[in-house]
Design a protein around this ligand. Sequence first.
Ligand SMILES: [Zn+2]
Length: 97
Amino acid sequence: MEVIGWAGTALVIIAYYPQIHHLLVERCAWGLSISTWVIWLIASTLLLIHCILRRDYLFMIVQSINLIAIAITIIAARKSNNLCPYHLTVARTAAGQ
Ligand SMILES: [Zn+2]
């Protein structure tokens, strides 16, 4: 059963990679809602406290990873000042250019 938990933890790590890579490499935060990510940051903090109080080590690790990845996402998004070629095309198409 513990294998399922670790597989889920691995997927949490993998799931953040495309977004963080896009933010750090392309410096593009197109379509990203900072408000949503701040809510997730607060939720992950509360869930981490819950895990600590229950001494649930697997979920402590997952929530710690979530907190770090969410914080990196928010910081990188706030520093983003570029549109990648793909999102530039999407933005121009939406603007009718
Ligand atoms: Zn982009």
